[in-house]
Design a protein around this ligand. Structure first.
Ligand code: FAD
Length: 424
């Protein structure tokens, strides 16, 4: 009897979702999408989730508190069932994947259960890299899950409640890359709002970005780095460039070889990510120095012809410059579209000739506090309100590719309603 090919996708993020939807659209296979969480995380919204302002009035009853907490989590995540429940060819499996047995073509879950595949797509994303800096992980919060983003918000809120008004609150952001810069820009608005609410003098808190490179966003074009530095200065953020965190204790960190001390009330670590599976899930595979899976020209995990890797976990290179492709949602989606085409082709003809993958350069919008953002798309650059507004158009454009149009529109409208509170 003819059996439909089974495609198992590890990871329900930008990459995994795109492959699943593209394969289902062409009715190419039976698809299983596996994730430890029942939702798709919208990382680009986390800096807003981490600074979401709630009025005290709305937290008077337990029911209101629960509703507000749900609103906080929903602001950075979408349930996978909202994306897939109407597509019979896609089954969602919630669980922790612990290993893959490529010889038996099986995925193994934490509880020992096995799921067999004809084709496997490994799209497990990335996780926070603490670079073995002593005690950093225990004494900081990362920004790689919606729960961490919500925890940051709650910790900032708590600091304003518990710190005496005469004592300065210092929040340190480790890392002046996109995540650190976007977060600190919004954090300033949130702290100003909390200061007004608690009657705290404006000068009695500080936001400090610690960056080991020569400036914030130093890996971007010089224009972007300059504009971002200027914007942060205008917002009152202190940037300690050329400073590496070398050790962290509760409320105290040390910078550089000379171990300069810097006190803090909250340390948010945004300075690095690495591949999420670190060799423990697929043992016989090659990894680069960021622990990302090395992909062949067809994004397969050598030596296996039926295992693909995409998204943050896949180590791919810009053919023109030879530089590693930055980990972005755009990269994940572009690779996913390619792999779904390749799998469809192989299902029709296992001996088909495959064209190699051609990476596409990413465009950037970097919101930095209030209704201000920087846009860089090739040689086109813009700073101000237009890129900020465009960010929501980009979000809507993405959402309509995974959700019904009305749901997407309502989601964006709700995000706008929640997220402009810090600007008021
Ligand atoms: C704070 C922040 C802001 C960002 N902003 C932007 C932006 O503005 N624009 C942009 O283009 N990119 C942005 N990025 C980067 C972008 O989010 C990633 O490049 C993108 O998410 C990669 O997609 P992915 O599918 O590879 O991984 P993910 O979207 O991370 O999906 C991986 C999935 O795998 C699941 N998973 C991992 N391990 C296991 C396991 N063992 N078992 C089961 N499930 C597992 C995870 O739960 C997750 O759902 C941002 C990232 C961060 C952290």
């Amino acid at each position: 009897m003819h059996r439909e090919p089974l495609v198992v996708i590890l990871g329900g993020g930008y990459a995994g979702i795109r492959v699943a939807l593209d394969l289902a659209k062409k009715k190419a296979a039976q698809i299983f999408i596996i994730d430890r969480n029942p939702y798709h995380m919208l990382y680009a919204q986390f800096y807003e989730t981490a600074t979401l302002f709630r009025s005290e009035k709305s937290l008077e009853t337990k029911k209101q508190q629960r509703a507000e907490n749900q609103e906080l989590l929903n602001s950075g995540a979408i349930p996978l069932r909202d994306i897939f429940s109407h597509i019979p060819a896609i089954k969602i499996e919630q669980g922790e994947v612990t290993s893959v047995d490529p010889n038996a073509c099986a995925v193994i879950f934490g509880n020992g259960r096995k799921l067999y595949y004809d084709y496997l797509v490994v799209a497990l994303g990335s996780k926070t890299n603490y670079f073995s800096i002593p005690h950093l992980e225990q004494n900081s919060i990362g920004m790689k899950s919606v729960n961490e983003a919500a925890n940051i918000r709650n910790r900032v809120d708590e600091l304003f409640f518990t710190t005496p008004k005469h004592k300065k609150i210092t929040i340190v952001i480790g890392g002046g890359g996109f995540t650190g810069v976007e977060f600190v820009g919004e954090l300033v608005g949130y702290m100003k709002k909390l200061s007004r609410l608690h009657g705290r003098p404006i000068g009695n808190w500080a936001c400090v970005v610690v960056e080991s490179g020569p400036s914030v966003l130093s890996s971007s074009a010089p224009w972007v780095a300059r504009q971002a530095s200027r914007r942060l200065k205008d917002l009152g953020v202190t940037v300690l460039a050329g400073s590496a965190i070398v050790d962290v204790w509760p409320n105290l960190l040390y910078l550089g070889k000379e171990k300069r001390p810097l006190g803090f009330d909250l340390l948010v670590w945004t300075a690095g990510v690495k591949g999420a599976c670190e060799g423990s899930i697929i043992k016989v595979a090659s990894f680069d120095r960021k622990m990302c899976l090395i992909a062949d020209p067809n994004l397969r995990v050598s030596p296996y012809q039926n295992i693909f890797t995409i998204g943050d976990l896949a180590s791919t290179f810009d053919a023109r410059t030879g530089a590693p492709m930055p980990m972005t949602a755009q990269k994940a989606i572009h690779e996913a579209r390619y792999v779904s085409r390749i799998i469809r082709k192989l299902i029709k003809n296992p001996k088909a000739t495959l064209v190699p993958y051609k990476p596409k350069p990413s465009k950037f919008i970097v919101p930095i506090g209030g209704k201000f953002a920087l846009l860089e798309a090739g040689s086109f650059r813009w700073a101000g309100f237009f890129p900020w507004a465009l960010k929501y158009v980009v979000l809507l454009k993405y959402l309509v590719t995974i959700l019904p149009p009305m749901k997407s529109l309502l989601y964006v409208a709700n995000e706008l309603r929640l997220f402009v509170r810090n600007d008021a």
